[in-house]
Design a protein around this ligand. Structure first.
Ligand SMILES: [Fe+2]
Length: 323
């Protein structure tokens, strides 16, 4: 970690931020990458939390999904239909919702995705950057009393929240339509506020905009505590910002990050495609796993398996899925 750039064969890993982010060069992403290159990408991803690749214009939906399979099992969004009938989720500026809230993807289900792979198709002439924050360093840099407090907390996450309050500029019809699809099944899941990472063993804060409340606290106390921890996550030193070009790919460890899509490109088109890779059920520092409160099970999507459908028993391990 001392050097800014490390090189093996043709692959380069160049750090961007002090706590998060690296650009990987010398790789043409696809389903046919050698095992050694996949291992290098995975190691960089675990170390730097988000990695970026320029110039991946050759990728289409199928190539994107084929590459995702090298990191694990692709999963469908639990409620939003895909853009290609398979696993590619459309991130489209013309939909009612824009991701200008700090969040970790799909935390309203227990086994939310381990990795998200985002590919830029159409990028606006200005703005539309994405920020990522490192939730492991946000935790490790907390003063000890706050770490102890976070370790003891659990929180309820849900996909149902006040969209209109969060998106005051959105057209009411677009908001209503998005909300109807996004919350076609209403999920409530209890997670530990501190997750022990299944691959690195690091502790990371597990919060973000799907949090409804912290268990055992009233509304105001819950809000104040969320804001306290969230401020450590969002602090500029703990983030990296990416200025997209068409053909770029970003991959993040969704178990150790939050991200934020900056909504500052006016009405210009911004289209990205996201494929997510299955995760496992989080556990807290006390070994207590997350649990789905409602509904009883994650419903089957129209294609494949839903993100979050894995249970503690059935979640594929990294070794099993990358083989
Ligand atoms: Fe997201």
């Amino acid at each position: 970690m001392a050097t800014a750039t490390t090189a093996t064969t043709a692959t380069t890993v160049t750090r961007i931020g002090g706590r998060i982010g690296a650009e990987i060069g010398g790789v043409k992403l696809g389903g046919d990458l050698p095992d050694g290159t996949v291992a290098e990408i995975r190691a960089a991803l675990l170390a730097h939390k988000v990695v970026f690749f320029r110039g991946q214009d050759h990728l289409d939906e199928a190539g994107h999904e084929a590459f995702a399979q090298l990191l694990g099992a692709p999963v469908a969004h639990p409620t939003v239909p895909s853009a290609d009938g398979r696993y590619a989720l459309g991130i489209d500026s013309h939909h009612g919702a824009r991701a200008n809230q700090w969040h970790t993807d799909v935390t309203f289900v227990p086994a939310y995705p381990a990795f998200s792979i985002l590919r830029a198709v159409t990028i606006p002439p200005y703005g539309g950057n994405t920020l990522w924050a490192n939730t492991a360093t946000a935790y490790s840099n907390l003063p000890e009393p706050l770490r102890a407090l976070a370790d003891s907390l659990r929180a309820v996450h849900s996909n149902e929240y006040d969209y209109a309050a969060l998106k005051p500029d959105a057209l009411p019809e677009a908001l209503a339509q998005y909300r109807e699809v996004f919350t076609s099944t209403k999920f409530l899941t209890e997670h530990p506020v501190v997750r022990v990472h299944p691959e690195t063993g690091e502790r990371a804060l597990l919060l973000g905009n799907f949090v409804q409340r912290i268990n055992g606290l009233t509304g105001r106390d819950s809000r104040v505590l969320q804001d306290l921890f969230q401020a450590h996550i969002e602090s500029p030193e703990n983030t990296v910002r990416w200025q997209w070009r068409a053909g770029d790919v970003a991959i993040w460890d969704n178990r150790a990050t939050q991200h934020y899509g900056v909504d500052d490109s006016d009405d210009h088109e911004r289209t990205l495609r996201r494929v997510t890779v299955d995760g496992d059920v989080p556990v807290g520092p006390d070994g207590e796993p997350s649990r789905l409160i409602s509904p009883e099970a994650v419903p089957d999507p129209s294609f494949g398996i839903a993100s979050g459908a894995s249970t503690a028993d059935s979640a594929p391990t990294a070794a099993a899925t990358s083989a």
